[in-house]
Design a protein around this ligand. Structure first.
Ligand code: HEM
Length: 509
């Protein structure tokens, strides 16, 4: 698979490839009706929410459609048979375009933004993949629990002070600390700060800028976005500096405990013996610090939103946590995957709001998409995951309804393949999938066991976009659950201590 992946992209024209170059029968693909000469499909477009705009168009125009903005034309796909065809790795591969390509100045040939033909993709993939093995995950578990303990400490303080909690902010604190600690032995001190860490502010700045670049005419971007570009340069410099300091500290200390950073700095490729260059390490650290927390924080936030809105689901999930974890203060590694219903809640949240909501695919050779739409080599389309996940033919007429039972084993088996794609597809699918699922299930379990969650009845879900998705302004009121056995004080203290030692296996029976 790796060899064919490397073969794509080489020799294709660099830069943006507009749809008319690659789709000989583009005229057969519908577009919004009120197209303005030169400007394109801009009437009524919401530049702050391009994804939700595209969802609206998709519902009107059908499973494949196109949009034009300032001379650039894009093809969007969400119909299940079309997406399944795009998932065929022998004919299609990841396309680095639009928002992902806009992140190249920040993340370069790091894993997420590397072009398929760049040798550093395969090298970094092979060197870093063992960092996501089962053994590696088991090693992270104790640290994940310890960071979760900092979250519950923080929430207990908010509760004692009679305050509601800031869900997206606190999930961001949690997931940033988790990836920083497990991957890089670093502590950003997020829970000790009133505001989010400047690393997060700079990261959100660069993601938002990458998204905005898509909605302005290319040649005019330097003029229209002058101030934003200056801020973006400062944000990028700040992220680079933070990462350089982190790497320098590790080099001085002479090695960690075999975490991701150690792998990046010291591990040679098992076959070729090659190592990552210093510049590439910088790009990988930024990539993992960003990709490793931003989407998981959104996934947890949406799941908490749905749990608060569906008390019957929360009660069922809580009953499962009580049954599977019992009174064990610190659930062991194996206890997390056994929270089957909690995991279904997470999957269902990722179905409705996959927090990395699109991925792009390009043709490796001239081909015909789903036997209907000819594509030249290099032609590409953007898969709109939230619409794929709501396709009535697959998910039923009630596809908009939140129902975790769509993910029972039998229901999953009954669905066609490639209809649930929150982690992308193929060789370039998410390397951190298991990491994210383990962390998020663990945290949801701990929160459900400890608190009743109440949403403000007046809150209406507003989905913010910065390439990734996040429920905006979501706050929850907490109520401490009365648990029958075990003294909460013991439990709290152990949760904080555990990071150093890992969970106490003796209690994990
Ligand atoms: C719920 C959480 C997450 C979601 C929804 C998610 C989603 C995705 C998606 C859709 C892709 C493919 C993008 C494309 O095709 O262009 C991807 C790739 C990637 N993700 Fe994640 N991700 C999550 C968590 C994580 C975590 C925790 C890490 C690291 C610890 C991570 C690291 C990466 C990397 C490095 C890639 C690029 C892989 C490659 O191209 O070889 N992600 N992710």
């Amino acid at each position: 698979m790796a060899e064919t992946t490397q073969a794509t992209g080489a020799g294709l024209p660099r830069g943006f490839r507009s749809a008319e170059q690659g789709w000989p029968e583009l005229h057969r693909i519908p577009h919004p009706p009120r197209r303005v000469p030169l400007l394109g499909d801009v009437l009524g477009a919401d530049r702050r929410r391009p994804l939700q705009d595209s969802m609206r168009y998709g519902r009107e125009l059908g499973p494949i459609f196109r949009r034009r903005a300032f001379g650039k034309e894009f093809v969007f796909v969400w119909g299940a048979p079309l997406v399944a065809d795009l998932a065929d790795e022998s004919r299609f591969a990841k396309h680095v375009g639009l928002g992902v390509a806009n992140l190249r100045p920040l993340a370069g040939d790091g894993l997420f933004t590397a072009y398929n033909h760049e040798p550093n993709w395969q090298l970094a993939h092979d060197v870093l993949a063992p960092g996501f093995s089962r053994e590696a995950m088991e090693g992270y578990h104790g640290m994940m629990l310890a960071v979760a303990g900092r979250l519950t400490d923080h929430w207990d303080r908010q509760l004692a002070a009679g305050r509601t909690v800031d869900v997206p902010g606190d999930m961001t604190r949690l997931t940033l600390e988790t990836i920083a600690r497990t991957g890089f032995g670093h502590d950003f001190g997020s829970f000790e700060r009133h505001r989010l860490h400047p690393f997060v502010t700079a990261m959100v700045g660069t993601l938002t800028y990458a998204q905005r670049l898509n909605s302005v005419p290319g040649p005019l971007a330097p003029l229209l976005l002058r101030t934003a570009a200056r801020r973006n340069a400062a944000d990028t410099a700040y992220l680079d500096r933070t990462v350089d300091e982190l790497v320098a500290a590790r080099r001085r200390s002479g090695g960690g405990d075999g975490d991701l950073l150690d792998r990046m700095l010291a591990t040679a490729h098992p076959v070729t013996g090659e190592r990552l260059s210093a510049e590439n390490v910088r790009k990988q650290v930024i990539t993992f610090l960003v990709a490793g927390h931003e989407t998981t924080s959104g996934a947890l936030s949406f799941a908490l939103y749905y749990l608060a809105r569906h008390p019957e689901v929360a009660a069922r999930a809580r009953a499962e946590v009580d049954r599977v974890w019992g009174d064990t203060p610190l659930p062991g590694y194996d206890r997390i995957a056994r929270l089957r219903y909690v995991r279904r809640v997470l999957d269902e949240s990722l179905r409705l709001w996959p927090t990395a909501p699109a991925f792009a695919r390009e043709a490796r050779q001239d081909t015909v998409l789903a036997g209907e739409h000819p594509m030249r080599r290099g032609a590409w389309a953007l898969v709109l995951t939230p619409l794929l996940h709501r396709e009535p033919e697959v998910w039923g007429e009630d596809a908009e309804r939140f129902d975790p039972d769509r993910f029972t084993a039998a229901a999953v088996r009954a669905r066609p393949p490639h209809t649930f794609k929150p982690f992308g597809t193929g060789a370039r699918a998410c390397i951190g999938r298991q990491f994210a699922l383990h962390e998020a299930t663990l945290v949801l379990g701990l929160l459900l066991r400890r608190y009743e969650l109440h949403a403000d009845p007046g809150y209406r879900l507003a989905v913010g976009e910065r390439l990734t998705l996040m429920p905006e302004g979501l706050r929850l009121r907490l109520e401490r659950r009365q648990r029958p056995v075990s003294t909460p004080g013991d439990d709290d203290a152990r949760l904080r201590r555990v990071g150093a030692t890992g969970p106490d296996r003796a209690t994990d029976v």
